[in-house]
Each structure stands twice: as C-alpha cells, then as structure tokens.
Design a protein around this ligand. Structure first.
Ligand SMILES: Cc1ncc(COP(=O)(O)O)c(C=O)c1O
Length: 345
C-alpha cells in the first residue's frame, strides 16, 4: 500500500512515542477541583509563555475562542472580526448561538490584517440605536490567509484602535508559535496588547488534544466558570496536559522545519501551470487551481496518496507538520509530477 502523505491539516499530526511515554507517566488529580498538578503546571507555563497572569486548559481551540468571546462581551454586544477569520467561518456560529453576540465581519487583507481605517470606521458611536462594540478579534497566524504571521506592529496598531474606543481585544493565536518562529518575535510580545489570547497544542505542536485561553487572573477565573458550563471541565486531564507540556518544551523550535517544508512544497507546485501556490510564511500552503477542477485534483491527489483539502471554489490547502519530513515533501511532489501529465491533459 502506498504510504499516505497527509497534508490536510497540522491537526492530523500524531503524538510521538516519547510524548506518549510522558503522558502515561503523568501525575494527575481532579482538575475541576484544581487538583491536577500537571494541568496546573501546563497552565502556569502557558501563562508565562504568553505573558499573561493566568491560563485555563480547554479541549479545543474552538472552545478557547468561545470563552474569549464569553468573557469579553455581554449578550447583544457586537464583535468586530475578519471576514476570513476562523471564528467567523468555522466555529459553528458559537458567537451567535452561545455568546449571543453580533459578528461584524471586516475585510481581511491578504496578509491577515484588518485595515485600521476600516476598524475605526466600524466602531459605532454609542447611542440608543446601535449595538455596543465590545470586542475586536485578531488571528495569527492566519489560517485562511495562508498561514500569514501578522507583523507585531499591525497587531499593536489594531489593538490600540480598539482600546482607545473601549473595546477589548481577543487574539486567536491557534498557531501563535508558528508566528513566533517565523517572525523571531516571542509569543508574549505578539500577544502583549491582547486582553485574551488562545493557542492550540494539537496543531503544529503535535499534542493530541488541548488549547489554552490566557489573560488576566479574574478574566481566566470567569472563563473557568464558562468552561464548566460548556462541559469542558475535565477530570484527570493531566494525562493530556502532559503532552502539552512536552509539546511546548520540545516542539516549538522545530516548527521552522515545517515552514521550510511548506516553502519547498509551494516552490515545487509552482513549476506546474495548473497550480498557483502562495509564498508561505509558515506551514500553510494555499494553492489556486488554474487548470482543471479542484474536485478533479483532490481526487487525483488522493488516489496518489497525497491528501489535501478544498479551501474555496478553485483553491486547495496543504499544511506541513511534525509527521512530514522533507523527503515526504519530495515524495509528494514526485507523485504530483506523475499526475500532472495525466490529469491536466
Ligand atoms: C486559526 C484557528 N483558530 C481556531 C481553530 C480551532 O481549533 P480546534 O480545531 O481545536 O477547535 C483553528 C483550527 O484549525 C484555527 O485554524
């Protein structure tokens, strides 16, 4: 059987033997009682890495972002976010259904930023007719914008505009450590102006599950109540948190390999007129299909044992991660080369 090269997402990465050993040996307790020493250690470590007072461990990035909405808003408030953002597109409208806020989507620029002038213009003058603008959400790295790592100056500027008008700021930093490595700017600095920041352990960092929401102590305490309400209070979660500690200690610096592999993949694909890939800054390759159909290429890739996902009408996404080596990228490109002659005709 052909070895499958799975580039659908960095979430498909699997825990290593070493990580599994650490998980098996984790000291645990009941985390809802605050008794799990491994969860407590992960939360302290996360808060420190993100430069915040406290952090809470949750099952997923979606829950971390939802907690970010819940603690920074009241029902009926308005949230400004990017029209390409994960929160707006891929979190089941939890903002509307659970946080009861109105999402006001602003155009994301290609580099994942929002236009400062458009943010300023979107903030409404308070009066009895208008919804109250309570929160601005920013995303880095930006998934739909091809893994763009937002410049720290852009994050600071947008956060400054929000704060000047009394809005709070949530940073969806699901892949903030990819941004840290790509920019050479510590995650804590990237998140400095954000009131809350979420990040994921289960993407490029290679843990099987888990995300964190970081912020001020009282805000995280409020998030902990919402986590319980949503059913995210886990018990002997130290078994999972141990993987997160291992990931933060061992798997951050190596993200640069994923970025190099993504460039190698994009450069390889660019040789074929059928494909117009982005120039990836981190680990996400977005490929516009110029010849043939998305469905045709996805099926052909799958037949050849290369997995990608559709990411728009004529667009596919391929993501590098800890289980993909540079030899794996070369193998994927060899398989695609064999297809190009066949499928593109
Ligand atoms: C930018 C961003 N935020 C949040 C999430 C949600 O993470 P999860 O899948 O753990 O809910 C993702 C997942 O891909 C993401 O890309």
């Amino acid at each position: 059987m052909t070895h499958v090269i799975d580039l659908r997402s960095d979430t498909v990465s699997k825990p290593s033997e070493e990580m599994r050993k650490v998980m098996a040996g984790a000291e645990v307790g009941d985390d809802v009682f605050g008794d799990d020493p491994t969860v407590n250690r992960l939360e302290a470590m996360a808060a420190e890495r993100l430069g915040k007072e406290a952090a809470v461990y949750v099952p997923s990035g979606t829950m971390a972002n939802l907690l970010g909405l819940l603690v920074n808003t009241r029902p009926g408030d308005e949230v400004l976010l990017g029209d390409q953002s994960h929160i707006f597109n891929y979190e089941g409208a939890g903002s509307a259904r659970i946080a009861n806020v109105q999402a006001h989507a602003l155009r994301n620029r290609e580099d994942g930023t929002l236009d400062p002038a458009e943010v300023r213009a979107a903030i409404r003058d308070p009066n009895i007719h208008t919804p109250k603008d309570a929160l601005l959400c920013i995303e880095t790295t930006h998934n739909r914008c091809g893994g763009a790592a937002l410049p720290v100056e852009a994050i600071d500027e947008l956060a400054g505009i929000a704060h000047d008008s009394g809005l709070r700021v949530h940073l969806d930093g699901a892949r903030i450590f990819n941004a840290e490595v790509a920019l050479g700017v510590p995650a804590a600095r990237l998140a400095r102006e954000a009131d809350t920041v979420s990040f994921c352990l289960s993407k490029g960092l290679g843990a099987p599950v888990g995300s964190l929401l970081c912020g001020e102590r009282d805000v995280v305490a409020a998030a902990r109540r919402f986590r319980k309400m949503l059913g995210g209070g886990m018990r002997q979660a130290g078994v999972l948190a141990a993987a997160g500690i291992y990931a933060l200690e061992q798997n951050v610096a190596r993200l640069s390999e994923d970025h190099t592999n993504a460039k190698r993949l994009a450069d390889g694909l660019r040789r074929y007129p059928a494909f117009a890939p982005n120039d990836p800054q981190t680990n996400i390759v977005i490929v516009d299909i110029v010849e043939g159909t998305l469905e045709g290429w996805l099926a052909a890739f799958q037949q050849a044992g290369v997995l990608a996902v559709g990411f728009g009408p004529q667009r596919m996404r391929m993501v590098t991660h800890i289980n993909i080596t540079s030899a794996g990228i070369d193998e994927a490109l060899d398989r695609i080369e064999r297809l190009v002659g066949v499928t593109a005709a």
